[in-house]
Design a protein around this ligand. Structure first.
Ligand code: ATP
Ligand code: MG
Ligand code: MG
Length: 350
């Protein structure tokens, strides 16, 4: 079977490696950090930096396909790696999702609804954008933000200077605040033949900018559910995408508004491990390896809860419940660090 190279050795890389092993495929991980969660389960781990061309070349030569668990891979590393093995999802998906301005422009050109937004390079841009977008609004760094990091809320014009200072000179985007009732996400997949399969949307609750729980089914009308899946499929097709993608949506009385797109397996798709015959990790491996996609059918109602920081102390108690426990093997507990998650099967799919 093929050997799959995974850029990034965190929990997503770990769960991708486990899924690949179940399909009889080997995984090699490229992860500069020490004690990578994926290192426990992958066949080979390279701990060189992304600047190390020799190490990247050696890695690339050992694999048949390259995929990744995070979107901020340095461009020069990708330029080198793509000469050695195909990278899935492709460069267009990466370039689009690495930069919030490119992403929102792409989504709007596809005819999808986003928050109103503006490119912010300086105080003048911000003042002008606040004039048209108004408050409340959110200033976000265009690149490298995750778990709500690199964001500042602007409740009134007087907050603008502090918000801009929070960006520390990084290029930013101003987004109008979307008055949503709740947040949902669609985990979708596409393979090289162009087949698309989407999971049922999950409803996401965030705490302090970090995903806390995902619940399926989400509170959606049948037409909203169809709309959510069609939005994901449109994005997958437009990017000629290969792999699993997470699409975050705001639910509003005016329809579904796309927040952001992740070109990878997604935390809000972890429920599929215990709610579907074929989980998002296996689906991603199937897609990038050119296998037929699994159906994405849900057999159960599930609540996924992240174990963040000290939450992991609850594992002894959780191990006495019916919750399916997924731990990432991280030795060091830190506040805000994702240590694992549990999936509670609530009943058969409703
Ligand atoms: P992730 O960890 O999901 O990648 P992120 O750091 O990329 O998060 P966003 O998803 O853009 O950040 O924002 C985090 C959360 O902040 C959203 O899930 C939502 O709750 C809230 N939020 C972001 N943008 C807006 C907006 N324009 N209007 C209202 N709420 C917003
Ligand atoms: Mg994000
Ligand atoms: Mg998000």
């Amino acid at each position: 079977g093929a050997t799959i190279g995974i850029l990034g050795g965190g929990q997503l890389g770990r769960m991708l490696s486990v899924a690949a092993a179940r399909l009889g495929l080997k995984t090699h991980i490229f992860e500069p950090g020490a004690n990578a969660p994926a290192g426990d389960v992958a066949h080979l781990v390279t701990t060189a930096s992304y600047d190390d061309a020799a190490a990247l070349t050696a890695f690339g030569k050992t694999v048949d396909i390259i995929t990744y668990e995070f979107e901020n891979i340095p461009t020069r590393a990708l330029d080198l790696l793509e000469t050695l093995a195909p990278i899935h999802p492709g460069r267009q998906a990466l370039a689009t999702s690495q930069d919030r301005l490119v992403e929102k422009t792409f989504l709007q050109e596809l005819g999808l609804q986003t928050a109103p937004f503006a490119d912010i390079a300086n105080a003048g841009d911000l003042e002008a954008a606040l004039g048209t977008i108004g408050t409340p609004a959110i200033l976000k760094t265009r690149r490298f933000g995750y778990d709500g990091k690199g964001q500042a809320r602007i409740m009134a014009a007087g907050d603008a200077d502090q918000a801009l200072a929070d960006m520390a000179g990084a290029p930013a985007i101003l987004e109008g605040f979307v008055n949503f009732t709740h947040e949902v996400s669609v985990i979708g997949a596409r393979n090289p033949s162009g087949d698309v399969a989407c999971y049922d949307p999950g409803e996401n609750v965030h705490e302090a900018g970090i995903l806390r729980t995902t619940t399926v089914p989400a509170k959606l009308t049948p037409s909203q559910r169809t709309d959510a899946v069609l939005i994901a499929a449109r994005i997958l097709n437009a990017l000629d995408y290969v792999g699993v993608m997470g699409v975050e949506l705001f639910v509003t009385p005016q329809g579904l508004i796309v927040n952001e797109v992740a070109p990878r397996v997604h935390n809000s798709g972890h429920w599929t491990q215990n709610g579907c015959a074929i989980c998002q990790f296996e689906q991603h491996i199937r897609a990038v390896a050119g296998w037929p996609l699994g159906a994405g059918t849900r057999h159960s109602d599930v609540v996924m809860e992240n174990l963040i920081g000290d939450d992991v102390d609850r594992v002894p108690e959780l191990s006495n419940s019916d919750a399916a426990i997924h731990l990432y093997g991280k030795a060091e507990v830190r506040a805000g660090r994702k240590m694992g998650h549990v999936n509670r099967v609530v009943g058969p799919a409703s």
